[in-house]
Design a binder for this molecule. Structure first.
Ligand code: SF4
Length: 374
């Protein structure tokens, strides 16, 4: 069994690959590792690695970000959010703050945090001042939020929850077999660590598509890539766990218990994509006292122009769904850069556009793209 990235590459190069094989990597962490290590250029040209929907900041509904901004501006309270969320732009007139960062600059008490523990510490330090924790993320982020709630939080701390499950987005992509734009799937290792690799078995069982759970180093990613390519060539489909040192059968039962104890699963909106059935986390009734949506007035404004939409010209939704490469967006590197991001995919460290830019990818250097070959 190969142990190094070089050995896995040799194995992959020795495969009798078809003219074109497309592999979707779900996770933003995988995309970062692939882009930063230059894996695409090392692989045979027939292999396309397509970034998928694994960026929680990118899919967080625009109206949730707007809600957090308005709470911070209009109520006498403190808003806490993970750092990536602060720069996500929303659709408002130029006279208003377009992001949490701009609202903070205009005087609102908004603080970046790195973990739920930090949220509790800040709430405790502020006495009776209301604190709202804008908690957006996937299963790996929701588990620590659930642990925080289960352990008990200060009376002044409430949660504006915007949690999402990853597998329903992939299920959506696989739903219409005529439109599926990839041949195999690399499943997210971190999510499988929490929820168990079994959650991804539907890919092979229901859709007959090769799948493998991968870690984040190039060697473990290449092991997963080799697995799905070998399956593809042999015409079989199964889920292989290529990250067994971390991902255990059944996942993390304690984390799953905490999630079930504090949250329910509901239909949820994904930015630019729409509602995906049973893809979101909601706080259970017993945590109503800590639910910011109940504790404070709603600032949803249904008449707001372009509510919930992507900015004009931004192709983030298609990038997130693996239907377009970042550099196929006409704004990529032209109007949209990490310094002045237009869409959320250029804001987050897990966003494909930002990752590609950070990896040195510039406008339309590739000869082909997903859309061009669809
Ligand atoms: S380059 Fe910018 S505008 Fe285009 S899809 Fe990416 S984030 Fe959106």
């Amino acid at each position: 069994m190969p142990t190094s990235a070089g050995e896995w590459l040799e194995r992959i190069r020795a495969l009798a690959l078809p003219e074109r094989v497309k592999v979707l990597n779900v996770c933003g962490g995988h995309e970062r590792s692939i882009s930063m290590s230059g894996l695409r250029t090392a692989l045979p040209a027939s292999i396309e690695l397509i970034p998928g929907p694994g960026c929680p900041v990118c899919v967080c509904p625009e109206e949730d970000v707007y809600e957090a901004i308005q709470l911070a501006r209009r109520e006498n309270l403190t808003v806490l959010a993970f750092g990536d969320m602060l720069r996500v732009p929303v659709n408002v007139p130029r006279s208003e703050p377009r992001s949490l960062e701009q609202a903070k600059a205009a005087g609102a008490d908004i603080r970046p945090i790195a973990s739920p523990i930090e949220a509790v510490r800040i709430a405790e330090s502020l006495g009776s001042r209301p604190v709202v924790f804008f908690a957006a993320g996937f299963e790996t982020t929701m588990a620590p939020v659930a642990a925080m709630l289960a352990e008990g939080v200060p009376d002044n701390l409430s949660v504006l929850l915007s949690g999402r499950l990853t597998w329903p987005a992939v299920s959506l992509l696989l739903g219409d077999s005529r439109e599926v734009g990839f041949d195999a799937l690399i499943a997210p290792g971190h999510v499988a660590t929490v929820m168990g690799p079994e959650e991804w078995e539907f890919v092979s069982r229901q859709h007959g598509m090769p799948a493998a759970v991968a870690g984040f180093r190039p060697d473990t990613l290449l092991a997963a890539l080799y697995s799905v390519l070998r399956q593809h060539l042999s015409g079989c489909a199964e889920l292989e766990n290529c990250y067994p040192e971390v991902v255990r059968p059944g996942g993390n039962p304690r984390a799953q218990h905490l999630l079930r104890a504090t949250m329910t699963i509901a239909d949820a909106n994904w930015r630019g994509i729409g509602t995906i059935p049973r893809s979101g986390f909601e706080l259970k009734e017993i945590y109503a006292a800590h639910d910011a949506r109940r504790a404070f007035p709603s600032f949803r404004d249904e008449t707001r122009k372009r509510m919930g939409e992507m900015p004009p010209g931004c192709d983030c939704a298609r990038v997130v769904l693996g239907k377009l490469y970042p550099d196929q967006c006409r704004l990529y590197g032209v109007a949209c850069t990490p310094r002045s991001p237009i869409g959320p995919c250029m804001v987050s460290d897990e966003g494909a556009c930002r990752i590609w830019w950070a990896a040195g990818k510039r406008k339309n250097e590739r000869a082909s793209g997903i859309a061009a070959e669809a």
